[in-house]
Ligand binder design. Structure first.
Ligand code: 5MM
Length: 339
């Protein structure tokens, strides 16, 4: 393992002022996004939509890395240029989502275990050959009646650590994504406790599996109440609790934390990130790795019509710029209104 090379890539991925575009929706997830805007879920439409984003110079100037679904990694733009080259030309690092999805976990009703370790080393070598420089694996942790269980968190933490070890051995930076979901009516204290426990067990497994923390990026949820909780939290409370939880569980050797948005509104995801960065100095860089919170606006603007491509690129550039500012702790609500 060349740890200096991995560390260089990880540092690029968390460059201050930039963040990661999570464009790795599986075919079934992009179906849900396209259904909302009345677009047929064909390979050509998926390609056209993603090509619009990757060619958006203004938006991409705030993007340090792009997570791709495997189909996209091997897809060419309409003019025959590999999409991965467009990302590189825009100055961003391409990466690959390499898990096979969260599946119901045997004997653990209501919980999932993420699969995909079989055959992973050989597949990742091919992906690296095609241009991927990092990979991503997402584990989902549910809060509910007597959930999460220790058994489910441990199994997911172990799989994340094995995946991360394989990535580092083949020369890819692993994004380690343990997501405590916002689904449900639980309060912020429940999310705080589940997030701390999950991160503790994930870092224990990463150590046992010999993963070098300097060559990885963490992609966690923020500490927020459940979507249906009657007591929603202020931006300041989310920021304060999140930073306290990460300081207690995430070693300083990790170069950066790139958050998922998890179903938060576009503006809430940006406000939370900015507020967290204002609580510095922090041991790690804090940035975004948003899917929905970066793409909902451009998807709506595009709506599958080629003549809307420029409007979609403007919508993407706006969210990318706002989140870029948030990664520096410099976002302000008035900027949204001005736009
Ligand atoms: C973009 O969504 C990603 C892929 O999800 P599926 O495998 O379910 O299609 C997802 O992993 C994403 O990278 C993260 O959850 C962050 O996305 P959000 O929308 O939560 O910021």
């Amino acid at each position: 393992m060349d740890l200096n090379a991995l560390n260089d890539i990880a540092e690029r991925m968390v460059t201050p002022g930039k963040g990661i575009l999570a464009a790795d929706e599986s075919t079934s997830t992009i179906q849900k996004r396209f259904d909302k805007i009345g677009v047929e879920n064909t390979e050509a439409n998926r390609r056209d939509y993603r090509e619009i984003l990757f060619r958006a110079a203004d938006g991409m100037s705030h993007i340090s890395g792009v997570i791709l679904f495997r189909e996209t990694l091997y897809q060419d733009a309409a003019d025959g240029t590999p999409l991965v080259r467009l990302i590189e030309r825009a100055g961003a690092v391409p990466g690959i989502k390499c898990d096979a999805g969260a599946k119901p976990m045997a004997l653990f009703p209501g919980e999932t275990l993420t699969e995909g370790l079989d055959g992973l080393p050989a597949q990742l070598l091919k992906d690296r050959e095609r241009g991927a420089r990092f990979a991503k694996w997402r584990a989902t942790i549910y809060i509910g009646d007597r959930l999460p269980t220790l058994g489910a968190i441990k199994a997911n933490a172990h799989a994340l650590a094995r995946y991360a070890a394989i990535c580092q051995e083949v020369g890819l930076v692993p994004i380690v994504e343990p997501e405590v979901l916002m689904d449900g009516a639980h309060d912020i204290e429940a999310c705080d406790a589940a997030t701390r426990l999950t991160l503790r067990l994930v870092f224990q497994e990463l150590a046992e599996q010999r993963v070098a923390l300097e060559g990885m990026v963490l992609k966690p949820n923020m500490v927020v109440p459940g979507q249906d909780c009657p007591r929603q939290a202020s931006v300041e409370e989310v920021a304060r609790r999140s930073i306290a939880a990460f300081k207690a569980t995430v070693p300083a050797a990790v170069p950066g934390i790139a958050f998922l948005s998890g179903g938060q509104s576009d503006e809430a995801a940006t406000a939370h990130l900015s507020a967290m960065n204002q609580l510095g100095p922090l041991p790690w860089k804090l940035t975004f790795s948003y899917g929905r919170a970066l793409q909902a606006a451009p998807q709506k603007a595009w709506s599958g019509k080629p003549e809307n491509a420029a409007a979609a690129q403007r919508a993407f550039a706006h969210r990318a710029r706002m989140n870029g500012l948030a990664s520096l702790g410099k976002w302000e609500g008035v900027l949204e209104k001005a736009a």
